[in-house]
Ligand binder design. Structure first.
Ligand code: SAH
Ligand code: SF4
Length: 431
């Protein structure tokens, strides 16, 4: 989502005459779009600004802005800590980036803009004209912003505000436009895409209907979405996987923990059994679906037995990949008031165990592709020595392929015979 917000700010600034530089030393304006989901992300931001401070000292005309969730959360505090900042913007102020930069030119005083937009419907106005860069084969489209779930560990509902969806017509229009510019794959974005259309729209439709609507757009070759919350993931969406050829057979469905007491304390509002029921139904409708997830270890009160439950569920589902995190207390969230009872070294050890298990599951699954021919959408040149192109297969595995130089370009779909696997990727030859 931050990547999509950054692209949007780049587009707005491009139309005010800015162009991306390769080196920060060449820039008149530097923006750092921040994340506050875990403390580590915040620490990275502070160390990054530490490196930018000398640039500002050497060139007082350089504009330094901090945008994103840390801005929302810490606002004025950030100006105190980093007085060389020109402005701080929250994630709901992305559309105001042009105005913010103009204001720096007009006034000397640093400022903070962190209000939430008060419109009923979420809209991203179309900007016609040139683009800062040619869009790639795969493009992100925000369909819903904010989150109303308030999981006890999570800062997102505080930094990104209430859920709001974009009108389906606006989305169809944007997707048609992206396809015209060369996109072949669309990835729908939201903290909880399955909540799409629940309220506020003039023409409300549920998420699965939106999928059917988008699938009809001519020229669309691949459709994906992220992220889903198990509670809002419907049987109708499972049917959409079965019915729609363009909807790729991959689902990212965060489980967070494999233990019901921990899930309750996280306020995820579903049980492990309900989650597994969904997964089983999806697997029976779409046998070659791949599954990925998010997991937190060391949530307050998590016992070793409860952690073992998480390992069991991972093995049972057989995820192809996971985002695995050690619990990080976030100021202002309910879980921050719980006793952070799991010692750091235990959290670290659990995380290592989890990663090891995931590596084994990934290897087992990737080995199943050996000798098989898969379809890859070419995203660009491969960075891997000896390989020509990189892309992804329908199940979202990273693929590097040899051959086809001069014959294919990004956006083409090719058949690749998988010869070997490497970590989280598949490698083979274009047929
Ligand atoms: N909306 C998505 C998740 C967005 S945040 C969903 O509900 O699935 C991405 C992931 O970050 C979460 O799924 C969770 O695993 C992790 N995360 C969020 N808050 C965290 C915290 N305080 N400590 C550790 N991991 C966290
Ligand atoms: Fe955070 Fe996702 Fe829960 Fe929303 S649903 S509170 S974004 S973890």
């Amino acid at each position: 989502m931050n990547v999509a917000d950054t692209d949007r700010m780049e587009l707005i600034l491009f139309h005010s005459g800015y162009q991306r530089t390769q080196e920060k030393e060449d820039a008149d304006l530097i923006l750092v779009n921040t994340c506050s989901i875990r403390e580590k992300a915040e620490q990275k931001t502070f160390s990054l600004f530490g490196g930018l401070k000398p640039l500002k000292a050497a060139n007082p005309d350089l504009i330094l802005g901090l945008t994103g969730c840390m801005g929302q959360q810490d606002g004025e505090k950030l100006l105190k800590r980093m007085p060389y900042l020109d402005f701080v913007l929250g994630p709901d102020q992305v559309e105001g980036i042009g105005k913010a930069v103009n204001r720096v030119h007009e006034s000397e005083k640093p400022f903070v803009w962190t209000g939430f937009d008060s419109e009923k419907v979420y809209t991203i106005p179309e900007i016609s004209g040139d683009l800062p860069q040619k869009p790639g084969a795969s493009a992100f489209v925000n369909i819903i912003k904010g989150c109303d779930k308030f999981c006890t560990f999570c800062i997102v509902p505080f930094t990104r505000g209430r859920e709001k969806s974009r009108e389906p017509e606006e989305l169809y229009q944007e997707i048609r436009h992206l396809i015209k510019q060369g996109a072949k794959e669309i990835i729908l974005l939201g903290q909880n895409v399955n909540s799409y259309g629940k309220r506020g729209l003039n023409n409300p439709i549920p998420f699965h209907k939106l999928l059917y609507g988008i699938a009809e757009i001519p020229g669309l070759e691949r459709l994906r979405f992220t992220t889903s919350h198990p509670n809002d993931f419907t049987r109708e969406t499972i049917r959409a996987y079965r019915d729609l050829d363009v909807l790729m057979n991959h689902l990212h469905l965060p489980i967070q923990s494999g233990n019901n007491e921990i899930l309750k304390s996280m306020r995820r509002d579903h049980t492990v059994e309900e989650y597994l029921e969904l997964i089983d139904e999806l697997k029976s409708e779409v046998p070659d679906v791949s599954l990925t997830t998010d997991i937190i270890v060391g949530f307050p009160g998590e016992t070793d037995a409860q952690f073992q439950d998480t390992l069991k569920v991972m093995e049972r589902v057989g995820y192809s990949s996971s985002f695995m995190f050690s619990y990080s207390p976030r100021p202002g969230t309910p879980a921050n008031e719980f006793e952070d009872s799991v010692p750091e070294d235990v959290k670290k050890q659990r995380l290592q165990e989890l990663i090891q298990l995931q590596n084994r599951l990934t290897e087992e699954q990737s080995n199943l592709y050996k000798g098989k021919t898969i379809e890859m959408l070419i995203e660009g040149n491969s960075g891997k020595p000896g390989y020509s192109f990189k892309g992804r297969n329908p199940q979202y595995w990273r693929v590097n392929a040899t051959g086809g130089e001069g014959l294919y370009k990004p956006g083409d779909r090719v058949q690749v015979c998988i010869e070997q696997t490497s970590g989280h990727g598949l490698c083979g030859a274009i047929q």
